[in-house]
Design a protein around this ligand. Structure first.
Ligand code: AMP
Ligand code: GLY
Length: 420
């Protein structure tokens, strides 16, 4: 099979790495890819937001199956264009991608199907939003309705912060994403992520993970896309998983079906769990990054069979074989991230680290310049290891990090602390 993956981050490197190991994969192309992906696949220069260009590229290259990594192409309907052209594709339609693209849409769906989530108000003007905040009191959470690259959420512990956040959003801090604002009840508890494959009918759990969103040790500093993750998440016990499936995931999928927008792809369920009861924080319609790295490290080649079954509507007969193992990933980021950072610094010694079925350095923002590996993004590497215990996975991953020579980068020393 000729397979095309859209994207060029650590998530797509992990997907490419797992898929390449599957004997069903003949040719693997990733667009745009990165320096690490170039070791396992062909990289192609392609504008993945341009549906016409993607269809054309797939046709020219006799692609049999396309996997869409990031949310952006999904929310502009690239999957719809591919399906219209008769090309098999993994990823939800533009309509179903609203589960990530619009927070008020998701809230409305949850209300319609009684899925436990934070109480909320939806506002299109600042005065009404502020009045609601004053009435509800703090702590409270202010969210830009649209996609804001993970930055459109302000958890306000005091009234001033909440009111300023409303003003900033309506005055365009997050562009059109903030033209509408959702204000939510603050949920207390422990956060975890749950991943389920869906083919429109059947739901197949694909694993649990926890990530570390803050930049610095002790969960301090600014919010990032994720500085590390581990799988499984101990808080996601079988009982919590059952509740999540029965109270949140299945009712949501049924509601989507009832509205004529069935979901197909991977649903990333962001949860807050307190006293064994899950509440939905958010949905994403793609794998998490860096959560995907730990999921792929644990699943290996079989991940492809499950993804392929979801795209073909065969999940009813699909199985995932779980080992009793753990994986952990440490993100190395450019100094200054998530704020201003330099691009182009040289990273040394990554090549000396053995790539095995239980140790991989996944690349996020890298390129080659005159043979040298250079950093081209904020999050640059996801150093990932598997172990029989979380402790072992962590030790293995930190041993790898310690070998990498990159003075212009930083990472957290405490990934996994909550579970250890
Ligand atoms: P999101 O972009 O929706 O994932 O939000 C980013 C982060 O804000 C989440 O990972 C949570 O840590 C936090 N958050 C979002 N919504 C709530 C809420 N209702 N209560 C408490 N924390 C929240
Ligand atoms: N690591 C969180 C995300 O991918 O949204």
């Amino acid at each position: 099979m000729n397979i095309l993956i859209l994207g060029g981050g650590g998530r797509e490197h992990a997907l490419a790495w797992a898929i390449k190991q599957n004997p069903k994969c003949d040719r693997l192309i990733v667009a745009p890819g990165n320096a690490g992906i170039a070791d396992v696949a062909e990289c192609a220069d392609l504008d993945i937001m341009d549906a016409v260009a993607v269809v054309e590229f797939a046709t020219e290259n006799a692609i049999n199956f396309i996997i869409i990594g990031p949310e952006a192409p999904l929310t502009v309907g690239v999957s719809d264009a591919l399906r219209a052209a008769g090309i098999l594709c993994f990823g939800p339609s533009q309509a179903a991608a609203q589960l990530e693209g619009s927070k008020s849409f998701t809230k409305e769906i949850c209300a319609a199907c009684n899925a436990p989530t934070a109480a909320y108000g939806h506002f299109t003007d600042a005065a009404a939003a502020k009045e609601y905040i004053r009435k509800q009191g703090v702590p409270i959470v202010v969210k830009a309705d649209g996609l804001a690259a993970g930055k459109g959420v302000i958890v306000a512990m005091d009234l001033d912060t909440a009111l300023v956040a409303v003003d900033n959003m309506f005055s365009g801090e997050f562009g059109t994403a903030g033209a509408e604002v959702v204000i939510e009840e603050f949920l207390d508890g422990e956060e975890a992520s749950f991943f389920v494959l869906v083919d429109g009918e059947t739901v197949l759990p694909m694993g649990t993970a926890q990530d570390h969103k803050r930049a610095y040790d002790g969960d301090k500093g600014p919010n990032t896309g994720g500085m590390g993750a581990y799988s499984p998440a101990p808080v996601m016990t079988d009982a919590v998983i059952d509740k999540t499936l029965n109270q949140i995931v299945r009712p949501t999928m049924a509601e989507m079906n009832a509205r004529g927008m069935p979901f197909q792809g991977i649903l990333f369920v962001g949860l807050m769990i307190k006293n064994g009861q899950p509440h939905l924080i958010e949905y994403n319609v793609r794998f998490g990054d860096p959560e995907c790295q730990v999921l792929m490290m644990r699943l290996g080649a079989q991940a492809f069979d499950a993804i392929h079954a979801a795209a073909e509507g065969r999940l009813k007969d699909a199985r995932i074989n779980w080992a009793d193992d753990h994986a952990l990933t440490i993100v190395m980021a450019a100094n200054g991230y998530p704020g201003v950072y330099e691009k182009g610094s040289v990273i040394k010694a990554v090549e000396t680290i053995p790539e095995t079925s239980s140790t991989m350095v996944f690349h996020a923002g890298t390129a080659r310049r005159d043979g040298a590996l250079i950093a081209t993004g904020g999050r640059v590497l996801a150093v990932t290891a598997r172990g029989e215990t979380l402790e072992q996975a962590k030790d293995n991953a930190y041993k790898m990090v310690d070998e990498i020579n990159w003075p212009d980068g930083f990472y957290r020393r405490d990934i996994g602390w909550r579970a250890l």
